[in-house]
Design a protein. Structure first.
Length: 91
C-alpha cells in the first residue's frame, strides 16, 4: 500500500523477502509496516507477485525485492534472494 506522501507499506507472507524489510525479518508480517529502505524516495506505484515486489519511484526509478531465482527482480542471477529493495540498474 502507498501513503499519500509516497511511503510504501507491506505486510503478509515474507518467506522470500518479498516485503522488503531486510534480511532476518519475520516470515509473516501481520500489520502494515513501512519499507524503511525506500523512506527517502517517493513511491508512486507498487506491484506484488507471490514471492517478489516492485516499487516505482518518482522519476521512473524501479526498485524490486524478493525471490530473484529466475531473474524476476531484474538483478543478476548470482543474487537469488533480495530481502531489501534494490534499484534495477538495467532500466
Amino acid at each position: 500500500a502507498l501513503s499519500q506522501t509516497g511511503g510504501a507499506y507491506t505486510w503478509g507472507a515474507n518467506a522470500a523477502g518479498q516485503l522488503g524489510h531486510g534480511p532476518g525479518e519475520d516470515a509473516q508480517v501481520l500489520a502494515p509496516r513501512r519499507v524503511q529502505e525506500l523512506r527517502k524516495v517517493r513511491i508512486e506505484a507498487a506491484a506484488a507477485g507471490d514471492t517478489h515486489s516492485a516499487f516505482l519511484a518518482q522519476g521512473g526509478v524501479l526498485y524490486t525485492c524478493g525471490n530473484n531465482a529466475r531473474g524476476q527482480c531484474g538483478h543478476s542471477l548470482l543474487d537469488p534472494v533480495n530481502p531489501t529493495p534494490r534499484k534495477v540498474d538495467a532500466l
